[in-house]
Design a protein around this ligand. Structure first.
Ligand code: ZN
Length: 459
């Protein structure tokens, strides 16, 4: 191998410390004193464990060059979190109106608020704040629905770029007269299509976006809000530029029934037939999937954004998380701000576990215990952490979510200390598995000490 001195010449910095990640679904790795070398592009160049023959020499060389950060006892390195579904303009709405059914919630709260983003000045402070808040919560990759407005959606993309977040940003399309309010609808389909195509090229061309930190995402809101012509036209854009796509999929009884009544097929089939699915598509929720739907998603290598807390408010049913994980379909987590109020993907991971446990146990105490729930429906905390990191990255087809060579260095340092938040760790009797589970249960923004995206420290 190369000498340590040679290696350090193209290394931007290195970090050494106790590290968690989950390269394989359902398993975790805890690596003590893991040394990660980050190159000038912000990618992980190489990793070393203390057993490696060059480990000590590398530590010495890196320290001499002032390129080594050493984590303290109680600090842990892990991959940055991936939020697959967040409505950035709904951030001011977080925590409001959650007692309403989805349709009323959209009409009464969401659409009037989103329409305010035609005012770029109104958008500015909110987009800054939501991006900063997600970064501070450890979200290094975020998939955003914006609004129907090109200009302010480009501002969101620029904001993510300026603040250093890996982001996938979509200008919403919605043109169905029957389902969208007059004040918040695209009335001219040709113009809407032109705006969306311009949005795509403008995001690719943003100054400072040469490495593709921010990507445009084709974003039909969901089946009911779009005409078939709109869905087909957007599908042609996905195909033409090989773009990411995000939308809502079979989220509730109403949404599922709407598709069946108007198209005679499921949301997944509608999206597939419109050319909207590829290996970078994010289907939010996906509650009422048929077996055929799951096979279709797998066939396209598309993925699912599981948003457990929002599902408890709006989905009318429980996510089949266990079955979906076992099916091998790509799946990660979403905050679904503001269908749920928390910007934390640690919280989403915890909720995913809790959601699966309620489903396993059942809810009706008048039913005998053996018949009350769905046997073996639980998921583990390790699987939830995998969805929050590696799983989400797979859905996006992004080289992140794992701290191994040739991946982007998107990472966070989480600290457990009696002086910070609620997370407590007793190293003398907490095993590495205990520690990781505690993190999923108890980690808060206060515990996140440092965040990097593409090798650049952003918190
Ligand atoms: Zn949503």
């Amino acid at each position: 191998m190369n000498s340590p001195i040679y290696i350090t010449n193209h290394i931007q910095f290195a970090i050494v410390g106790d590290t968690f990640h989950t390269p394989i679904k359902g398993e975790f790795e805890f690596i003590r004193d893991y040394l990660i070398l980050v190159n000038l592009d912000g990618d992980i160049d190489a990793t070393f464990t203390p057993e490696h023959p060059s480990y000590q020499a590398l530590l010495t060389a890196l320290a001499e060059q002032g390129k080594l950060q050493t984590l303290r006892q109680g600090q842990y390195l892990m991959p940055g979190l991936v939020d697959l579904h967040c409505h950035a303009p709904q951030w001011p709405q977080a925590g409001k109106g959650l007692d309403l059914p989805l349709y009323d919630w959209l009409q009464n709260y969401t659409f009037p608020l989103e329409n305010r983003y035609q005012d770029v000045e109104f958008a500015q402070a909110i987009y800054q704040d939501v991006t900063k808040t997600l970064l501070a919560n450890g979200t290094t990759s975020a998939v955003y629905f914006a609004s129907i407005h090109r200009e302010s959606t480009e501002l969101l993309a620029q904001t993510c770029l300026d603040l250093g977040q890996r982001a996938f940003v979509g200008k919403i399309n919605m043109d169905n007269v029957e389902q969208c309010p007059d004040f918040y609808r695209e009335n001219d389909i040709a113009q809407a299509f032109a705006e969306t195509e311009a949005f795509v090229s403008n995001v690719f061309a943003l100054q400072g976006n040469d490495s593709g930190l921010v990507s445009p995402v084709i974003t039909p809101r969901f089946v009911p809000s779009c005409t078939p012509e709109m869905l087909n036209k957007l599908g042609s854009l996905v195909q033409k530029y090989d773009l990411h796509m995000q939308t809502h999929c079979s989220e509730s009884d109403w949404a599922r029934d709407y598709a069946l009544q108007h198209y005679g097929k499921s949301d997944v089939q509608i999206y597939a037939d419109a050319g909207l699915l590829n290996n970078k598509s994010v289907l939010a929720h996906s509650i009422f999937l048929t077996e055929h739907d799951v096979e279709l998603i797998k066939q396209f290598n598309a993925g699912i954004a599981h948003c457990p807390l929002s599902n408890m408010f709006f989905a009318n049913g429980a996510m089949q998380t266990r079955e979906l994980l076992d099916s091998g379909v790509q799946i990660g987590l979403g905050s679904d701000i503001a269908g749920a109020p928390s910007p934390s993907i640690f919280r989403a991971a915890f909720d995913a576990v809790a959601h699966s446990r309620v489903r396993e146990e059942g809810v009706d105490v008048t039913v005998a215990s053996g018949e009350r729930g769905t046997a073996n429906a639980r998921i583990s905390f390790i699987e939830a952490f995998w969805m929050a990191t590696a799983g989400g990255a797979q859905v996006l087809d992004a080289k992140t979510g794992v701290l191994s060579a040739k991946h982007h260095f998107d990472a966070l340092v989480l600290e457990a200390s009696p002086l910070i938040g609620n997370l407590r760790i007793w190293p003398e009797f907490d095993t590495p598995r205990d520690i990781l589970e505690k993190m999923v249960c108890l980690a808060q923004k206060e515990n996140i000490q440092q965040v990097w995206v593409q090798g650049k420290q952003v918190i």
